[in-house]
Design a protein around this ligand. Structure first.
Ligand code: HEM
Length: 470
């Protein structure tokens, strides 16, 4: 049973919109159990849809401590607790090893798979390779590509039905390849391979088990095609490490040439490969999924769609976006922020306590699994007013006053904050501008689209739409 209305009289942090958009339930949601699930129900449900384990209590209480079999599990949604786990004591809360192992098979020492000193060395090199300054020279090329690809989508006189999620993922690949390899066509199959990392977790991945058994279950691939792609990736990096290299100064080049800011050392070649694989995997399809949800919500909220179109029409005047205009689209940015609140592309951040700790007065035993779920935090009844309502104006500066910063964390927070956040926002704004200035997206069916969470949050069965020329 779903419950969308907010219980009356509850204290609220954060302001509501001055002129609220008509309140409408979001069309489809995963089931929200009224009682906590048993350990067995939880494991079975989590392997199908991690969102469907979230019972009503989790949206009402800021810290919920539970035991499942002999495993303590603590859901932390209190912004003060989130800061302690992900920032102040982040060393005490590494990633859960069974999930990390899924990444480790292909990404080895890359930031998505490593911890401690190795992670830190990598992070010092990876952050400046993909931050705003590093990306600036790529932006004009990204806009030009997005324009060409958007124009090629048509539609002709009879707009065909498309799967918007698939289309956006396909459209993102050349853009991402432009950043990673400077547009080398040989990069595309490498991106395609790494966009599927990690594979979807299975029930056996979630069950507690000794390390030898875990290693046996999660084995490196034996597919010779993947071996060839890996060799190709290494060759591209080797070329960029050579002094006489005169090719494009892309992400692979920045990683190959990157120096640790503190001690000025480059990563060894094998670790550059791992870091490149990690960033490429991280950049896979997360932003395209967020864009899919954006058009889904716009189709259900024509008044928001009109305002977004009006902003694009006014700022762009019918012309392609110019790089300096990326910061001149405040409403479009708010729409994206609100989309990632309701449909956080990474719905759960899982950690495991190395040592016992206390979070907001609650004891965290050693070995406890600590879960910060943007999916819960972003719809929490003590943090947001009318939390299931889509309202981009929540993010105006005046409506944000008083809201704790960590009531919203689509890109996580702290030292392990998403390294690709700037690229993700830039990509989403560029693609939105290129598509929404041309097309109106219409849902092809009123069949409900249910979000499901694996590692990322996806529309089950994709999203069938038609594109209408505006
Ligand atoms: C809308 C798009 C995106 C969202 C919402 C998102 C969200 C996140 C979140 C929540 C984390 C933390 C996960 C955890 O600690 O368990 C993360 C980490 C990471 N993300 Fe993203 N991400 C997005 C796009 C990207 C892109 C485009 C890239 C690559 C350019 C990327 C690369 C990474 C990497 C490498 C990490 C690991 C950082 C570390 O552990 O130090 N992400 N992301």
């Amino acid at each position: 049973m779903l419950r969308h209305s907010r219980p009356a009289g509850r204290a609220m942090i954060g302001a509501a919109t001055a002129e609220p958009i008509e309140s409408r339930p979001i069309p489809a949601m995963p089931p929200r159990p009224h009682r906590r699930l048993s350990a067995w129900e939880l494991l079975k449900t989590a392997s199908k849809n991690s969102l469907a384990i979230c019972d009503e209590e989790l949206f009402d209480e800021l810290i919920v401590s539970r035991w499942y079999l002999l495993q303590p599990v603590i859901f932390v949604s209190d912004p003060v607790g989130i800061k302690r786990v992900l920032t102040d004591q982040f060393d005490n809360y590494p990633r859960v090893s069974s999930i990390r192992r899924l990444f480790e098979v292909e990404l080895r020492t890359g930031t998505l798979a490593s911890e401690g000193e190795t992670w830190w060395r990598h992070r010092l090199v990876s952050t400046p390779s993909i931050d705003g300054r590093a990306l600036r020279p790529d932006v004009p090329g990204l806009i030009a590509l997005a324009e060409t690809l958007a124009e090629a989508l048509g539609p002709g006189p009879q707009a065909p039905q498309i799967d918007l999620e698939k289309t956006l993922v396909e459209l993102a690949a050349p853009l991402w390849n432009h950043v990673v390899t400077g547009g080398d066509p040989a990069g595309l199959p490498i991106l395609s391979w790494l966009s599927k990392v990690p594979r979807k977790p299975r029930l056996s991945d979630l069950l507690p088990k000794p390390k030898w058994l875990a290693d046996l279950i999660v084995r490196p691939h034996r597919d010779p095609r993947i071996g060839r792609l890996d060799t190709q990736l290494r060759a591209m990096i080797d070329a960029r490490r050579e002094e006489r290299y005169a090719g494009s100064k892309d992400l692979l080049w920045r990683l190959a040439q990157g120096r640790d800011r503190e001690i000025g050392e480059a990563l060894p070649a094998s670790e550059v490969r791992d870091e490149a694989a990690s960033i490429i995997a991280g950049g896979g399809s997360t932003s395209s999924r967020a864009l899919t949800w954006m058009w889904y919500l716009l189709a259900h909220h024509p008044e928001v769609e009109s305002r977004l179109h009006a902003e694009l029409d006014t700022v762009l005047g019918g012309q392609p976006l110019r790089p300096e205009q990326i910061s001149e689209l405040p409403y479009t940015r708010r729409v994206l922020e609100e989309v990632m609140r309701l449909y956080p592309p990474i719905p759960a951040i899982l950690r495991q306590a190395k040592r016992a700790d206390t979070v907001c007065g609650h004891r965290v035993p050693r070995g406890a699994i600590v879960i910060v779920m943007p999916w819960i935090v972003h719809r929490h009844r003590k943090l947001w007013s009318d939390p299931d309502r889509f309202d981009p104006d929540r993010f105006t500066p005046e409506n944000s006053v008083g809201r704790p910063r960590l009531a919203y964390l689509p890109f996580a927070t702290g030292p392990r904050v998403c390294v690709g956040a700037t690229f993700a926002m830039t990509h989403m704004l560029i693609v939105t501008a290129a598509l929404a200035r041309r097309f109106r997206v219409r849902l092809a069916s009123d069949k409900p689209v249910v979000p499901y969470g694996a590692i990322s949050l996806q529309p089950r069965g994709g999203l069938r739409v038609t594109l209408e020329r505006r």
